[in-house]
Design a protein around this ligand. Structure first.
Ligand code: CA
Length: 232
């Protein structure tokens, strides 16, 4: 899969230089000349990394960086800041602004590509650690949200995307009863009730597929469902 980079830069010469070199390095490039457009593009198609010029017309690079980091879907996207002023560097790498690295202008394109690759490696490593931390092992069940896989003992369980979300949601909240309406909202994204039987149907199928581990998902009569904390 190609790595997507969003470049935010208002100076045409530099933008062209960046596009040329990053495309040569094998990255897929989108560009924006101001912060508003950049934010919209990033929200529509989250990039793998943002190269962001500090001085932009309207919203500046620091403000855009802050807005990106406030958005749940974008806050993990690394930001490499470009700046003409060395005295800005302290502010840029300040933790609260969240830029991952910076390069001062004029820059060597080769150096820039190396920096980008290093940032991407760090980000991939961090994601790997987070995925590892997201793995749930409860009783005979192993639920792996990154690989979208469930195992009961040695057996691989084939679940649909909805069944997976349902199991994962219950397991994450194990020990706590979830009403049908809560499950509808989290798993299906419905914000209204009246589809309780949809939940029941999926729970039934999920239990069948879990086989000998089916009792981990228990019915709480008149309320909803609960993933057991322990078997006993
Ligand atoms: Ca600029």
């Amino acid at each position: 899969m190609t790595t997507k980079i969003l470049i935010v830069e208002d100076e045409p010469d530099i933008l062209e230089l960046l596009c040329y070199n990053l495309r040569q390095a094998g990255f897929e490039i989108t560009t924006a000349e101001d912060g508003e457009v950049a934010l919209r593009l990033a929200e529509q198609h989250p990039p793998d990394l943002v190269v962001l010029d500090l001085m932009l017309p309207g919203m500046d690079g620091l403000e855009l960086c802050r807005l990106l980091k406030q958005r749940e879907a974008l806050r993990r996207v690394p930001v490499l800041m470009l700046t003409a002023k060395t005295e800005e560097v302290d502010r840029i790498v300040g933790l609260e602004l969240g830029a991952d690295d910076y390069v001062t202008k004029p820059f060597s394109p080769r150096e820039l590509v190396l920096r980008i690759k290093a940032i991407l490696r760090r980000a991939a490593h961090r994601q790997g650690e987070e995925a590892e931390a997201g793995r749930l092992e409860i009783g005979p069940l192993v639920i792996d949200p990154t690989a979208h896989q469930v195992q009961v003992g040695e057996r691989q369980v084939e679940l649909t995307a909805t069944e997976f979300r349902l199991l994962h949601t219950l397991a994450q909240r194990r020990g706590r009863v979830q009403t049908r309406d809560e499950l509808l909202e989290v798993v299906w994204g419905y914000q209204y009730s009246g589809y309780g039987r949809t939940v029941d149907t999926h729970i039934r199928r999920l239990r069948e597929k879990l086989g000998e581990a089916c009792d981990w998902v228990e019915t709480v009569r008149g309320v909803g469902y609960r993933f057991r904390k322990e078997m006993g």
